[in-house]
Design a binder for this molecule. Structure first.
Ligand code: TRP
Ligand code: SF4
Length: 341
């Protein structure tokens, strides 16, 4: 029995990194067993920001297709099962755009201007005059969720404002047009581990910050990146006493070597452990844990038709639901039915 509908999306940044894997995908993989899940790659949202240099955005769309495919490959390799959930590309469901347009008529500008995540994007990218599309980012996200009548959205704190606005829009629509077309969506708060960037335990791992480790990188590359992880800067020699709490390597032992983490702490604090060996041990554990997903992604990379199939099937299932919703929306708005003309 399904406990309701779950929707979530991710920007097409290409292959996923360990933050995406442990902070989102591992959780999605569990949710697919209990909920009716819609997971999509938000290619339209990627176009809301400039994306100069290496980044993807309206200034640089050259790698859009590859990024979408790579992300889909990694999602499936991570354990999303196309028989249990719908995996697709946002723009393959044009009903999302139709709903976004309708929602844009009832989204007060103040809601968008006040949205903290939108403000962060505007200042972060140093945008002088935000585009209509960027300001409307949360409205597009609300359409993503509500077109499938999503009950739950498994996202972190940084996305909470968007989900709250989704709820406000649903309520506004339902009360303006006197029909309960949309559910009142909730954030699904599940325990997910914090994955720091390789540069600091204070920072989140993210591709744009350049502090990430790709799930799909080689074992050698993993070892190399672990070697560059930030450690206790005052611990110079093996027998110096260390401070594991500010150390990224220690934090990762908690993710990949949970059983031995207390030993790592004690040996570090007592000056019985060197950082070089500590990193070697960690990288070995990580490579061991990632071997299965890496093998699956290598296999899938060689089967582009399989991925295409998964994305097409996902989109057609999602579209069927979206079309039903849009039928109800058109009816609520008293828009003339298409068939009378
Ligand atoms: N804004 C989300 C992010 O940056 C991505 C996203 C787009 C999303 N549409 C969504 C997340 C719908 C959940 C539900 O991570
Ligand atoms: Fe970090 Fe390990 Fe070095 Fe301690 S010994 S500072 S936990 S890398």
């Amino acid at each position: 029995m399904s406990k309701g509908r779950v929707t979530s999306g991710m920007r097409p940044t290409g292959g996923i990194h360990l933050g995406n894997l442990h902070g989102a995908l591992d959780n999605w993989v569990k949710l697919q067993n209990d909920y009716e899940c819609y997971f999509f790659i938000v290619d339209w949202h990627a176009l809301t920001t400039p994306g100069g240099g290496d980044a993807l955005g309206y200034e640089n769309v050259s790698r859009m297709r590859e990024n979408v495919v790579e992300m889909a490959v990694d999602w499936v390799a991570a354990g999303l099962d196309p028989d249990k959930c719908s995996i697709f590309v946002q723009s393959h469901v044009p009903e999302v755009a139709e709903l976004h347009l309708i929602f844009s008529m009832i989204t007060p500008l103040g809601w968008l201007e006040r949205n903290p995540t939108v403000r962060e994007m505007i200042t972060g990218y140093k945008i002088e005059s935000p585009s209509y599309g960027l300001l409307g980012y949360p409205t597009l996200q609300a359409a993503d969720i509500l077109v499938y009548k999503g009950d739950f959205v498994p996202v972190g704190k940084d996305q909470e404002a968007h989900v709250n606005m989704t709820r406000d829009l649903a309520q506004r629509f339902n009360s303006l047009y006197g029909r309960d077309v949309f559910p009142i969506t909730q954030v699904l708060l599940t325990q997910v581990p914090k994955v720091p960037g390789i540069d600091s335990v204070e920072k989140k791992m993210s591709k744009s910050a350049g502090n990430s480790i790709a799930v799909g990188c080689s074992e050698e590359r993993t070892i190399e990146l672990v070697r560059t992880m930030f450690t206790d800067p005052v611990k110079m020699r093996k027998n110096d006493k260390g401070h594991p709490d500010g150390c990224v390597v220690y934090a990762f032992h908690g993710l990949y070597n949970k059983a031995e983490q207390p030993v790592v702490r004690r040996e570090c604090e007592e000056g019985l452990r060197g950082c070089v060996d500590c990193k070697k041990a960690l990288a070995a554990k990580m490579n061991e844990a990632l071997r299965g997903i890496r093998e699956r992604r290598r296999e899938l990379m060689n089967k582009p038709d399989r991925i295409k199939d998964i994305l097409m099937n996902g989109a057609s299932r999602a579209r069927a639901v979206a079309q039903t919703t849009l039928g109800e929306v058109r009816e609520a708005l008293n828009l003339p039915p298409k068939e009378i003309f």
